[in-house]
Design a protein around this ligand. Sequence first.
Ligand code: HCA
Ligand code: CU
Length: 384
Amino acid sequence: MPISPKLVMKEPNYYAETYNKASIKHIKILDSTLREGEQHPGVYFTNKQRIQIAWMLDYFGVDQIEISPVVSTDHFDATKIIIKQGLKADIVAHVRALKSDIDIALKCDSNWVATYLGISDVHLNDKLRITREEALERSIDVVEYAKKHGLKIRFTVEDGSRANPDFLIKLCKSIENSKVDRISLPDTVGILHPSGMYNFVKKVRSEIKIPLDVHCHNDVGFALANSFAACKAGADQIHTTIDGIGERTGIPSLAEVATAISHIYKIKNDFRLDMLVDLSRLIEQYTKIIPYDSKPIVGSSAYKHKAGTHLAAVLKNPAAYEIINPRSVGNKRRIVFGELSGKTGASYLLSVLGIKNTKFSKDVAQSLKKLRMGDLIEIPLDTD
Ligand code: HCA
Ligand code: CU
């Protein structure tokens, strides 16, 4: 859905200068709601739900959908069935860097597999109890095994943001030689800030030619910014989940990433952004996790306007306080009448009720002042 002409700014501005000249030409999305998302505490989908979510993500237009066939027989069945649907998106079977896990992916008739191996010292020494040499050997072996079986393979250097940089590059080069198709660079623990993420990806980009995914955790809230910093440094696919659910504080939300690609970076894409709120509500219904009301794009307050000065401006032109037409992302604009509405708000409320005479506005404004949270009056405002 096109952005409202009223919202388009034609004047020179900082954002166009900064972003339109960025090196980012195209950004793909891998959605991992069915893998990372299911790692969120309390989240478990039925196979019917998994299939429906995969269909909806495909219709929305993500490039890849990730699911793990190894966590249970249920997941194995779901992976197999989803692969059979013949969706446009690649279905990526996410497994450990083990030949036996690759065999499970093969049994699901996967074309795409993603294997992961912790490569930071804390993962090698304390989680896996293997040496760097063993990790290197295992990585090459598993990539060669997958390629021998005709699979496309992504390799995730888990906890890469904390790994020894020389070892990380050595491993990436070795698997590139073994013909790995993509490498995922994760900030598994959410430790990086945007410039750190830029440097991390830039370093790998300068040594490695194959496409790079980026997978950013949100432990201190940098996941979205880090994902775009990574793309500026040369990654071309961002990992998301619906509503950002995942381990701990999760990863960037599909809604925020897709909207930023379209409206902030203005990169051409075929995403059906008007499905975003429905996707979020679907996940809310299945997980019982309600996104906080001010959550960007999908939150129930994301397009509500309350202060009198805001109301007065938005009634004339919503672009005064909105950068995106809420309808274009499936949300609704609402105005909220309450203690801050002032005379403009009051006379608008009266006009909605069919009362043209503005002599009551002052009294109504006074009465509205007495409204408190929970008593507020809200109405939709669809001006365009
Ligand atoms: C995990 C780790 C992972 C993998 C990311 C990826 C991470 O939970 O298995 O495969 O790109 O954050 O490192 O989610
Ligand atoms: Cu993760």
